[in-house]
Design a protein around this ligand. Structure first.
Ligand code: PLP
Length: 484
């Protein structure tokens, strides 16, 4: 493709995206295709001769679009939001256009230095302590995901707990990781990858109402495990759990970690970005005093297209100790002076995309003010929805609901069996999702199925939440009547 052809097709692509976003509400939120349908519609073998780019765009609309679940649809309330935005798409496009691979400072100094600036900006915006800044002993790095962030944090924690032996001798003792039943599954995955195994993952009790970690139980478990010869490597506190946005008490957990000298990782993948608003700064309570590492995902709720997760550490030495290997073919003068950051040492892969460009575009386009307005809109709409749910005798609201996620349980009068009631709840969810006007997911808390409605897509306005709630009530009443 010549630059002129690129210019022409590039304009078509931008028009396609703009039209798609402008008309997104005409699509069913959740793709309604059957497994294999898309694959069968595509040629089994690649073309021998090149095809016009128009054919790609036409097949995108004709074949692929029905198989797309529209995450940017205003009726998308599933999982957590995965915001996209114009400046992020354009920043990503610029990154693709530059085609930079920023594994070392020398392979594109601006890629590294912009990343340092942007993660420091974000640290300032969400009120992270000075020690997480690159000019202090710590620093931030953009990862592909919070899963990678927690793996990298665990590797750094193991490095510290083992005095560096994990890198040289491997896992030669029983290292342990502390989580709760509510911690994201990526922590268990990280433990498996790091060689701790499922047996190395210790479950700390949660408060049965709030589902937040019980620090007293953490203290007991740590003492018992150490007495039994284990080496506690890391505690993961979650600020905004995936299931219900429970917030672990970081100050009390941090106190226990400090007593025992254990690394504290704070996983704020979804909720952390809300701290950009002063009224949600409490989400960071205890982070300044106690956290060794902290992660949040601008690719969830901060208008930055997937993928963009940021990890900060208060001390970069264990991280570099765990991950730094310098083969001959990567040696260069800048690295050997020790005066530059080589982000390849802060992550699992060697190569890295220029992700800072999209986060930079987002922060500059919206400004702190615009980002705060986006977060506030989600929280306000969720609070309003929670008010409607709480006031309706046909539903039970799960509390607390501090941010954009509202969890609730439809009640099924006349159904005494809990399993049958749970099946009815899941049936209700299927009906709602099949309607095409919204997409919800579920979770389990206290042994019962709850529906989760996460507000936070950039296009979601009050009318979309109101319509969704009306439809939920209507479908619930209709389904209830068939069960009596
Ligand atoms: N941690 C929490 C609390 C999450 O909610 C999620 C995803 O929803 C993750 C980690 C994993 O995020 P990612 O998809 O970026 O790996």
């Amino acid at each position: 493709m010549t630059p002129e052809e690129f210019r022409r097709h590039g304009k078509q692509v931008i028009d396609w995206i703009a039209d798609y976003l402008a008309g997104i509400e005409s699509n069913p939120v959740m793709s309604q295709v059957k497994p294999g349908e898309i694959r069968r519609a595509l040629p089994a073998s690649p073309p021998e001769r090149g095809e016009p780019f128009e054919s790609v765009l036409s097949d995108l609309g004709r074949i692929l679009l029905p198989g797309i679940t529209h995450w940017q649809h205003p009726g998308f309330f599933a999982y957590f939001p995965s915001n996209a935005s114009g400046p992020a798409v354009l920043g990503d496009l610029l990154s693709s256009g530059l085609g930079v691979q920023g594994m070392l400072w020398v392979t594109s100094p601006a890629c590294t230095e912009l990343e340092t600036v942007v993660v420091d900006w974000l640290a300032e915006l969400i009120g992270l302590p000075e020690r997480f800044r690159t000019d202090a002993a710590g620093g931030g790095v953009i990862q592909d995901s919070a899963s990678s962030a927690c793996l990298v944090a665990l590797l750094a924690a193991l490095h510290r707990a083992s005095g560096g032996r994990a890198a040289t001798e491997g896992i030669d003792r029983r290292y342990t990781l502390y989580v709760t039943s509510q911690t994201h599954s990526s922590l268990e995955k990280a433990a498996r990858i790091a060689g701790l195994g499922a047996a190395g993952v210790r479950l700390v009790d949660v408060d049965p109402r709030t589902l937040a970690m019980n620090p007293a139980h953490l203290r007991e478990l740590l003492a018992a495990d150490e007495a039994a010869g284990a080496v506690p490597a890391m505690v993961c506190a979650t600020v905004g759990t995936t299931s219900t946005t429970a917030v672990d008490p970081v100050p009390a957990i941090g106190q226990v970690c400090r007593e025992r000298g254990v690394w504290l990782h704070v996983d704020a993948a979804y909720a952390g970005v809300a701290a950009i608003c002063p009224e949600f700064r409490w989400l960071n309570d205890g982070v300044a005093e106690y956290a060794d590492s902290y992660a949040t995902n601008p690719h969830k709720w901060l208008l930055t297209n997937f993928d963009c997760g940021v990890l900060w550490t208060a001390d970069r030495e264990p991280l570099l100790g765990a991950l730094s290997i310098l083969p001959e073919y990567l040696r260069n003068a800048a690295t050997s002076t020790g005066s530059v950051v080589d982000y390849r040492d802060w992550q699992v892969p060697l190569g890295r995309r220029f992700r800072a460009l999209k986060l930079w575009s987002v922060i500059r386009w919206y400004g702190a003010e615009g980002l705060r307005a986006h977060i506030r809109k989600g929280v306000e709409l969720a609070a309003e929805l929670a008010g409607w749910v709480g006031a309706d005798p046909g539903f039970e609201l799960h509390e607390p609901h501090p941010l954009g996620l509202v969890c609730f349980r439809p009640l099924w009068p006349g159904v005494d069996d809990a399993d049958e009631a749970d099946r009815a709840t899941l049936r209700l969810m299927e009906l709602l999702n099949a309607s095409g006007s919204m997409y919800l997911t579920h979770t389990k808390a206290g042994g019962r199925v709850l529906l989760r409605l996460a507000v936070g897509a950039a296009a979601t306005e009050r009318r979309h939440v109101e319509q969704a709630w009306e439809q939920i009530r209507w479908e619930h009443a209709a389904l209830s009547s068939t069960m009596r």
